[in-house]
Ligand binder design. Structure first.
Ligand code: PMP
Length: 388
């Protein structure tokens, strides 16, 4: 029996169309040169490939091509946004605002900045899983440099009120960074319409290759930023190192494909999630986070009396899903995201995440539900299910 993969929030498979474009480029003769080798024709050909990918990405996101800074993914983009702004603007202020439910690449970067003398205000979400715009407004101070808020939470799928926060940050003259790793490709994000200053994304979350992403830096020419690394001055001096042409092409191809398919994909995953919840509804389960604000790509739930680790262990070879808890040095750490929403006890230790994609069929969703149901029955029979 083939393992059914329902962990697309962790990563997706490369789309065949994207792979074809990457392979064409990797195997071809026209663009293997260094895109920075402007002195010769092969270098210029590679530079042209990168330039057109940049234009394609910018057109999709509603920004200028020279505001797209290629990175290794969202982790690096998040670090570049936070540290790059904090270091360059230290004379103006040393205060940042973020939330306790951010991805570790934001939280760990903030913790590092705190050790270097910056102050960070961490906002808590409400019990529905989102940070209230009023809380952001109250946290702003005259020395606040930046607000960093995710678009869509990777564990719960809850979408944050980015448009409202963007308006209030713009009015207060504070920069806004949005970690959109779980949103770009899935939802239309038009930077012409929302005043977001910095936006992070990772290609592998929307059927592109791993190891490439970008930070969009709006008004880059006017905005002071420091690079994380020092080197050859590529990416407008913000991210040195030889550009990975094939990865960049993979990113732009994946984004264009996602844009072309957006309405179809959204309707499809919406139906997958609806059917999943309907079919699993025969078990005593609880969905975490506010349905109306949750991404159709992600569902986070607990089944009464069933511990997440025991369930995932039972499903090991049948179904690839994620646990809300992380096991570090032998101890199970429950999800800090769910905990921040006030979820404790059984629902906390029982939380699991399924994430959908355009590649799933309704039949696979039914099979996933069947496998979960069978695992729960086995666990009840064997009495190995109880949440401690
Ligand atoms: N932010 C969010 C919300 C994510 O889900 C992820 C990936 N789990 C990242 C940032 C980091 O992306 P990457 O590992 O591709 O750098």
């Amino acid at each position: 029996m083939k393992t059914l993969y329902f962990d697309t929030a962790a990563t997706t498979a490369i789309a065949p169309e994207v792979l074809a474009r990457m392979l064409e480029l990797l195997g071809g003769e026209c663009a293997y040169a260094n895109p920075s080798s402007a002195a010769h024709l092969p270098g210029q050909a590679a530079a042209a490939v990168v330039a057109s990918a940049r234009v394609e990405i910018a057109a999709e996101l509603g920004c200028e091509a020279d505001e797209v800074v290629f990175t290794s993914g969202a982790t690096e983009a998040n670090n570049l946004a936070l540290r790059g702004i904090a270091l360059a603007h230290a004379a103006q202020g040393r205060h940042l605002v973020t939330s306790v439910i951010e991805h570790k690449s934001v939280l760990a970067c903030c913790a590092a900045l705190q050790r270097e003398g910056y102050e960070v205000t961490y906002l808590s979400p409400n019990s529905a899983g989102w940070v209230e715009p009023d809380a952001v407004a109250r946290a702003l101070r005259p020395d606040t440099l930046l607000v960093s808020l995710q678009h869509t939470n990777n564990e719960t799928g809850i979408m944050q009120p980015i448009a409202e926060v963007a308006e209030l940050a713009a009015q207060a003259g504070v920069l806004l960074h949005v970690d959109a790793a779980q949103a770009v490709g899935k939802f239309a994000i038009n930077l012409q319409k929302i005043p977001i200053d910095l936006l992070s994304l990772s290609a592998h979350k929307f059927h592109g290759p791993k190891g490439v992403g970008c930070l969009v830096v709006r008004n880059r020419r006017q905005l002071r930023m420091q690079p994380l690394m020092h080197g050859g001055g590529q990416e407008f001096g913000l991210r040195p190192g030889t550009l990975a042409t094939h990865q960049i092409v993979g990113l732009s191809a994946a984004l264009s494909l996602a844009a072309a398919r957006r309405a179809t994909d959204l309707a499809h995953v919406g139906e997958l999630k609806r059917r999943f919840l309907q079919q699993l509804g025969c078990l005593p389960m609880q969905v975490h986070g506010e349905m109306a604000r949750s991404s159709p790509y992600i569902v986070n739930f607990s089944i009464a009396g069933i511990g997440s680790d025991a369930l995932i262990n039972q499903l090991r070879s049948d179904l690839a899903i994620a646990s809300g808890s992380a096991c570090s040095s032998g101890a199970v750490e429950p999800s800090y995201v769910l905990r921040a929403m006030g979820i404790e006890g059984e629902p906390l230790y029982g939380a699991v995440r399924l994430s959908f994609s355009r590649d799933h069929s309704l039949a696979e969703v039914s099979a996933a539900v069947e496998r979960i149901g069978a695992a729960v029955s086995r666990m009840k029979e064997l009495e190995i299910s109880e949440v401690k």
